[in-house]
Ligand binder design. Structure first.
Ligand code: CTP
Ligand code: MG
Length: 234
């Protein structure tokens, strides 16, 4: 054992990806550095990980241009940053950079979006239970609320049955050996999360566990207001 800490008898490493630029959010700073409750979103996300899985080893993937700002924020809030890893141009590359420097002794890797600050103990337990039951991976999902349509390239569309779909959140948990192998394969643009990388490598035994509306991803400008409100209720 070298670095990884145990949860449910397994060495767990949490990779928090925070190296995006927040183009759709459209603020001067990437969304993870914006204020949530007097502290930046990223700090809230890391604190909740620490609350739910206090034993886990955390790797923080960050854009080098914002390292100074982040350390300054940590100093101001008396917050100890996890070990930092340089981000890449895509989420896939950011995860890959963290996997490359992961400590030894890790059985299970969780990958979490910094832009989803409201992780809960209930979601965490569902994920750990599925992995301990022998699944290759476990991902939190929620039901779709809107009606859905499949669009074609010619402006046409057709309604689809929303009961057949789920929206996928993070953290996503995987057996470390399988995730490392899946990430050793080439990137494709359909790999928008880690479960899709596992699937492309043929690892399909992924449990869908219960997600939480509050675990929504801050993507567009108003999302941060919604997450602030949900946080007050928790
Ligand atoms: N992310 C990352 N490295 C990248 C791109 C994204 O670590 N090169 C992280 C983001 O910081 C975020 C998570 O992956 O926590 C989910 O990505 P997304 O919500 O798409 O964030 P951004 O890429 O920052 O936003 P946008 O796509 O609107 O630019
Ligand atoms: Mg993005």
């Amino acid at each position: 054992m070298d670095g990884a800490k145990y949860i449910g008898g397994k060495g767990v490493c949490v990779i928090v990806v925070a190296a995006g630029s927040g183009r759709r959010f459209g603020a001067p700073l990437p969304k993870q550095y914006c204020d949530m409750d007097g502290r930046p979103v990223l700090m809230v996300a890391l604190e909740r990980i620490k609350t739910v899985w206090p034993e886990a080893e955390v790797l923080l993937v960050i854009n080098d241009d914002y390292r100074g700002l982040w350390l300054e924020m940590c100093g101001r809030h008396d917050f100890e940053s996890p070990r930092m890893v340089s981000g890449g141009d895509t989420r896939w590359q950011s995860v890959r950079n963290a996997l490359d420097v992961m400590p030894r002794g890790v059985d299970v890797v969780a990958v979490h979006d910094a832009a989803r600050p409201m992780f809960t103990p209930e979601v965490g337990s569902g994920l750990i239970d599925a992995i301990c039951a022998g699944k290759q991976g476990a991902i939190p999902v929620v039901l779709m609320v809107d009606s859905l349509r499949r669009v074609d390239g010619d402006g046409g569309s057709k309604s689809v049955d929303r009961a057949e779909f789920r929206a996928v959140q993070t953290p996503q948990l995987f057996r470390a050996d399988l995730l490392v192998e899946a990430y050793s394969r080439p990137y494709s643009s359909v790999m928008t999360d880690d479960a899709s990388v596992m699937e492309a490598a043929g690892y399909m035994d992924i449990a869908l566990t219960e997600g939480d509306e509050a675990l929504m991803k801050i993507t567009r400008p108003h999302d941060i207001e919604i997450v602030r409100m949900l946080a007050k209720e928790m």
